[in-house]
Design a protein around this ligand. Structure first.
Ligand code: SF4
Ligand code: SF4
Length: 180
């Protein structure tokens, strides 16, 4: 089943966790979830939604309100938000939309539901200090072009700074990859 069809599939009563919305509202940034009245301003102003057929912040907010816990936490589109905060600035109800999405991501990460691409990035940051590992071939090509070597990353310092960050711990935990 594709992401789009999963989000739009009919809701079964067994999927609904009535306590989920309170789990979200207890977390910093998620407090105003229940104030959303589904006007759609967040989606219409979202730069990511403009270029995606599936990413709709309003839908994620509604799924969280309805208690569709598994569905929203497993949603690949949850990870498309660019955290630009346009939605938060424009919401007429003062819902901190971008922060609600961060809360949902953190809850997903706690359960190991992080797309493989972000797990790889987190692993690379801890290992090399860079989000993207520069291939050896590319480094050699720089030499042949007379370009200076790239500065070395400082993974030890990065690891120290990120110690205790739950998302990184969850994202790099060995387990079943999720999505993408
Ligand atoms: S802009 Fe605010 S009130 Fe409107 S749908 Fe988005 S979160 Fe809900
Ligand atoms: S913070 Fe995320 S959901 Fe909000 S407008 Fe930016 S990309 Fe869209």
């Amino acid at each position: 089943m594709t992401e789009t069809s999963t989000n739009r599939a009919p809701i079964r009563a067994s999927e609904i966790d009535p306590k989920f919305k309170y789990e979200v509202t207890k977390m910093r940034g998620g407090e105003k979830l229940l104030k959303c009245f589904q006007c759609g301003t967040c989606t219409s102003d979202c730069p990511v939604a403009r270029y995606s057929d599936t990413y709709r912040p309003r839908t994620l907010i509604r799924m969280a309100q309805l208690g569709l816990k598994e569905r929203v936490l497993k949603s690949d589109t949850l990870w498309l938000c660019a955290a630009c905060f346009t939605c938060t600035d424009r919401c007429p109800q003062d819902v901190e939309v971008a922060s609600v999405i961060r809360v949902l991501r953190n809850l997903a990460a706690e359960r190991g539901m992080v797309p493989m691409v972000f797990k790889d990035q987190a692993g690379s940051i801890l290992e090399s200090g860079y989000a993207y590992k520069i291939p050896e071939l590319r480094a050699k090509k720089r030499e042949t072009l007379g370009l200076p070597p790239l500065p070395k990353g400082n993974p030890e310092s990065v690891r120290k700074s990120l110690r205790g960050v739950k998302f990184i711990e969850a994202a790099t935990k060995k387990g079943e990859p999720s999505g993408q």
